[in-house]
Each structure stands twice: as structure tokens, then as C-alpha cells.
Design a protein around this ligand. Sequence first.
Ligand SMILES: NC(=O)c1ccc[n+]([C@@H]2O[C@H](COP(=O)([O-])OP(=O)(O)OC[C@H]3O[C@@H](n4cnc5c(N)ncnc54)[C@H](O)[C@@H]3O)[C@@H](O)[C@H]2O)c1
Length: 269
Amino acid sequence: MILKGKKGIIFGALDTKSIAWKVAELAHKEGAEFILTNAPIALRMGTINELAAKTNSEVIPCDVSVQEDMTKLIDAAIAKFGQLDFVLHSIGMSLNVRKKNPYTDLNYDFMHKTLDISAISFHRLMQTLYQKDAMKEWGSIVGLTYIAAQRVFPDYNEMAEAKSLLESFARSFGYHFGKAKKVRVNTISQSPTMTTAGSGVGGFDAFYTYADKMSPLGNASAESCAEYCISLFSDYTRYVTMQNLFHDGGFSFTGISNDLMDVVAKISE
Ligand SMILES: NC(=O)c1ccc[n+]([C@@H]2O[C@H](COP(=O)([O-])OP(=O)(O)OC[C@H]3O[C@@H](n4cnc5c(N)ncnc54)[C@H](O)[C@@H]3O)[C@@H](O)[C@H]2O)c1
């Protein structure tokens, strides 16, 4: 029960595969209370009410690109819980990826939307929390990201830029939130994971297998990502802030694995 008595908001649980879904299940098990939120359309299409019933949570709609929605959500959270201990931002969406537009032929209206939903929303969330003094001292804010922010994965497309921006917001806002309110802000850079957002990326299956073979520990699952999130919400990580934390089985620091050497050796025969 390492989150006993802690209150928070979890963004991004769409269905049972969602990373945010696993975080909500585990946070509940560890004693936390929280509000679940997602975009109105996702609430209609997904199965979040099942999760809400299971975890005794209220569901409040919020399209993260709409300030009015964000303001209403944070006001409702403060009214329900007072100041918050933790917030999870587990959100990603790219219309260019959905429409399969190649990186060299992107639609800029779509790109604006991608950056707004997938990255600027993290700033919007933190700014709203900050201005309303909604976080408790030593509270924790976590966003989810991917290593395409540092290294090129061609099919990840414009989401690479969205993730770079997201990680940068975590560092910059982490400074201000830390200084003023002793609140920590981090991003977790997760392995490829079989979810709706994940499998929307072109060639995802090959991508997934490549990362799995490259990582000494194999790909980190959504469940293990949830465990890492919970540790960052807990009091055991109070001085970890402004970090991009790789949760990827060692992928980020592996040059080449023996498994992949074997594959390459076969090709070069
Ligand atoms: N799946 C992977 O391979 C992988 C790897 C690394 C990082 N991530 C990141 O993990 C996070 C969660 O993704 P997931 O893999 O669980 O997939 P998911 O599809 O289950 O979750 C993405 C969520 O974003 C929500 N969303 C989209 N537009 C929104 C809007 N306008 N307002 C509010 N919510 C909106 C969706 O409704 C959905 O719940 C994302 O940031 C994703 O980029 C995923």
C-alpha cells in the first residue's frame, strides 16, 4: 500500500491494453484514490467505465487540447480531493501517423494538432495545476515518452518531435514546480508496447520484435511500466525530478545484442 491516502488524476486509459489502465489498477491496489479522464470521444468508444467501477473512481471528460476542459477537470479534482499527490499524463495522438502521411510530406494542420495533444497538453496540464496551486508539496507528475525523441526511428514520424517537446516541458516545468512547490516532474521512456497508440505506428510488429531482441531484459511490459509509475508517485523517489527515465530493458544503452548479431550474420553470409 505504498500509495495509501494519496490522491491523483490519471489521463489516458482507453481500454485494458492502455498503460494508464494498468497504472490505475495498480494505484488502486496500492491504496490511491483518483479521477480517471480521457477525451469525450474516447469515453464513448472505450471501456473506461469498467475501470471506474473496479477502482471506485469518478470519470471526468477532458480533451487536453481545450483549456476550458482542463480548467473544469482540475477544479473538480480540487473540489473532490483538495491538493493532489500525483498526476499521470499518458496521452499520444498523431493525425499524420493515422493518415499514413510520410515524414517528408506532412500536413501542418495535422502536425499542430499532434503537438498540441501529445506535448503542449503536458504544459497546459502543469500550468493549470500550478496556477491553481493544485499539487501537494512533494507531489509527483509523470508523462510517458519514447526514445524516438533522442534517436531516429523513421516510422515514428512527427511523434518524435512531439516526444522531444514533451520531455523538454518536463525538464523546464520541473524546475519551476520544484523551486516553487517542491513538486517533481519526470518522463518515463517506455519500450514499444502493444496498445492502441503503439500499434498505430507503421511496422509496429517488427519494431516491437527488434526492441525485444536488442534489450538484454527484453521489452518492458505495460504492467511493469505501471509499477515504475507507482514508484515515482510514491514517497521513495522524492528527489527524482526533471529526468527522462528509460524503462526499456536496457535498450537505450545497448549498441548491438548477440541475438541481432546472429540475424545480421545470416544476412551477410
Ligand atoms: N505503446 C507504446 O509502444 C508506447 C511506447 C512508449 C511510450 N508510449 C506512450 O504511452 C502513452 C500512452 O499510450 P498507450 O500506449 O497506453 O496507448 P493508448 O492508445 O491506450 O493511450 C493513448 C491515450 O491518449 C488519449 N488521447 C488522445 N487524444 C486525446 C485528447 N485530445 N485528450 C485526451 N486524451 C487523448 C487516448 O484516448 C488514449 O486513451 C502515450 O504517451 C504514448 O505515446 C507508448
